[in-house]
Design a protein around this ligand. Structure first.
Ligand SMILES: Nc1nc2c(ncn2[C@@H]2O[C@H](COP(=O)(O)OP(=O)(O)OP(=O)(O)O)[C@@H](O)[C@H]2O)c(=O)[nH]1
Ligand SMILES: [Mg+2]
Length: 182
C-alpha cells in the first residue's frame, strides 16, 4: 500500500463551484450516505480523524478536500440518499456534487463506495451511467466486508480492473483468487 507521509485538510466546497483552487490530481469518493466513504478515506490514508465519520447518515454535507503529500487530493463527497436534515440541503446535494463531477478540471477518477451487503443498486447504476456519460473513470469498492461472514464475503462480488496486455490488476486479482482457494 502507498505510504502517506503528510495528509492535510485543504478546504471544503459548500456551494457549486466552490472549494480550493484546482491543484494536484484529484480522486473523488462517492456513494450512498452512511456507506462509509469518510471511513474509507481515513483507512486509505492511515489517519484516524482526517475525515469526520458518523453513525448519522448525512454527516458530510460539503465536499471535503484532503491533500496527500501535496501530490494527490482525495475529495470526500457528501452521500446521496439521506432522508434527514433540512429539505434545502437535501435538494442542494445534486447540483453541488454534479457540478463538481462535471466541471472539475483536475478530477482524474471516482471511487464509488458501495455496501458489500447491498452491492450495486439503482442509484449506483445511475451514478455510474452519469460518470460514463461524462467520460470520468470510475471504480467500485465494496466496503464493510467485516460485516459479512467469511462465506458471505466470498460470495460478494468485488470488481477488479484488469488488462491481460499490461498486467494491470494482476496482483488484485490474485488476491481474490487466493482468498477463494484459501
Ligand atoms: N463495521 C464497519 N463499519 C464501518 C465501516 N466503514 C464505515 N463504518 C461505519 O459506518 C458509519 C458511517 O461511516 P461514514 O464514513 O461516516 O459514512 P459516509 O459514507 O462518509 O457518510 P455520509 O458522510 O453521511 O455520506 C460509521 O458509524 C462508521 O464507523 C467498515 O468498513 N466496517
Ligand atoms: Mg462522510
Amino acid at each position: 500500500m502507498r505510504k502517506v507521509i503528510a495528509a492535510r485538510f485543504l478546504g471544503a466546497a459548500a456551494t457549486a463551484g466552490g472549494g480550493p483552487p484546482p491543484g494536484p490530481p484529484e480522486v473523488a469518493i462517492a456513494g450512498r450516505s452512511n456507506v462509509g466513504k469518510s471511513a474509507l478515506v481515513n483507512a486509505l490514508v492511515g489517519r484516524r480523524g482526517l475525515a469526520r465519520t458518523s453513525r448519522t447518515p448525512g454527516r458530510t454535507r460539503q465536499l471535503n478536500f484532503f491533500a496527500l503529500d501535496e501530490r494527490i487530493v482525495l475529495v470526500d463527497l457528501p452521500g446521496y440518499g439521506f432522508a434527514v436534515g433540512p429539505e434545502a440541503e437535501r435538494r442542494a446535494w445534486k447540483p453541488l456534487v454534479e457540478t463538481y463531477l462535471r466541471e472539475r478540471p483536475t478530477l482524474r477518477g471516482v471511487l464509488l463506495v458501495v455496501d458489500a451487503r447491498r452491492g450495486i443498486e439503482g442509484e449506483e447504476e445511475e451514478l455510474l451511467a452519469y460518470l460514463a456519460a461524462l467520460g470520468r473513470p470510475a471504480a467500485v469498492a465494496a466496503t464493510k466486508l467485516d460485516k459479512l461472514g467469511r462465506a458471505e464475503a466470498r460470495g460478494a462480488v468485488p470488481l477488479v480492473g484488469f488488462s491481460a496486455r499490461t498486467g494491470e490488476g494482476r496482483t488484485a486479482l490474485w488476491r481474490v483468487v487466493d482468498a477463494w482457494v484459501a
